[in-house]
Design a protein around this ligand. Sequence first.
Ligand code: RB5
Length: 152
Amino acid sequence: MRIVIGADHAGVGYKRDLAEGLRRTGHEVRDIGTHDAAPCDYPDFAAEAGRLVAHGEADRGVLICGTGVGMAVSANKIPGVRAASVSEPVTAALARAHNDANIVCIGARIVGPEVAAAIIHTFITTPFSQGERHERRLAKIETLDRARTSGA
Ligand code: RB5
């Protein structure tokens, strides 16, 4: 799977380890930074990863900040992105199965690295359930996207 991964300064070491783990298991990983501990702004990385996923250049995104919240709030501003801030694998599975989430956001200051690896594994291996009710709800989310981008 083609996975884009990004972090701000709060998640930089954590991101490096998770990216290595994904590469070891055969995924194609695009690391968009940040690459050092200098303070930076999470919306920059959320926007870049969100565009790559929304434009079909990556299959899934993984975003790390201190809490996971700033990344999720920012990435969800990109039309076509469904980003979920997740702290354990059950939510990761349901975010895929029910919400067809395409980006998972994790808090490096909240979630230990082993749990983060389990969250990501679950996120990239769980399919969307394609249930009629879930399709209907996703269509309503797309309507919200269109209303926002058209200013309605
Ligand atoms: C950076 O200090 C921190 O605010 C950021 O990583 C994130 O937690 C925001 O949501």
